[in-house]
Design a protein around this ligand. Structure first.
Ligand code: B16
Ligand code: MG
Length: 222
């Protein structure tokens, strides 16, 4: 039996910090401008979904799929991003979700490599605002990814960058698309929140996420 996982790979939005609400406010404004009303429940379905695909889902939801040229879609996505990036100014070192900074420090002490698998192109900026960049050994580059979660591509890229095998790693996610992506590459999956299906282990919030729990999961399953 291998006693420790080769790496722990984290999602960003909803696991490291809560940027979902900021994504929602920016998308709601852009959606309003094209006559579509979205709410937080619909926004949940955009978690882990890339910017371009999120826009397509919003247009579909509002019955406007195919109404805008690719150029206009690019402008709408760009406008959303400007609003979102502006709102990221409110992030500080205190915006890290409960227990996460402590877990990252423990993983360092245990010499377990740490990776990031976020499809957000703003991930490096967000980690900097949280003063967490140094806690990650490798962050998969969302710009090089062609498929959003639930495709496993971003998690496989994180494993490749760390030089580890997915089957020897644990992935942590708050979105169903992310849990499906983790499971698709053969990693053990840990879900944060409620209403997730198929996670190897699930916690209601990040404060319960500790190294002893992850270690116990590993030793139980491997
Ligand atoms: P950006 P994650 C995802 O981050 C968000 O959950 C999703 O709502 C967002 O559309 C996506 O990043 C792209 O973000 O527009 O900043 O490139 O959950 O994979 O950390
Ligand atoms: Mg997430």
């Amino acid at each position: 039996m291998i006693l420790k996982p080769q790496a722990i790979i984290f999602d960003l939005d909803g696991v490291i910090t809560d940027t979902a609400h900021l994504h929602f406010l920016a998308w709601r404004q852009v959606a309003n401008e094209v006559g579509i009303a979205i709410d937080e429940t619909f926004n949940d379905s955009l978690k882990g979904i890339s910017r371009g695909e999120s826009l397509q889902r919003i247009l579909q939801y509002g019955g406007k799929a195919g109404e805008f040229t690719p150029e206009v879609c690019a402008q709408l996505a760009e406008r959303k991003n400007r609003l979102y990036v502006h709102s990221l100014r409110q992030l500080t070192v205190n915006s890290v979700l409960p227990g996460i900074r402590e877990l990252l420090m423990t993983l360092r002490e245990e010499r377990i490599p740490v990776g990031l698998a976020s499809v957000s192109l703003n991930a490096p900026t967000i980690l900097q605002s949280l003063d967490l960049s140094a806690c990650f050994d490798f962050c998969a580059d969302a710009a090089l990814i062609t498929h959003s979660k639930p495709d496993p591509e971003i998690f496989l890229a994180a494993c490749a960058g760390l030089g580890v095998e997915p089957q020897q790693c644990i992935g942590i996610e708050d979105a169903q698309a992310g849990i499906d992506a983790i499971n698709a590459c053969g990693m053990l999956s840990v879900g944060i929140g409620t209403g997730l299906n198929g996670a190897s282990l699930q916690f209601p919030s990040t404060e319960f996420l500790t190294w002893p729990c992850l270690s116990a999961l590993w030793q139980h399953d491997k």
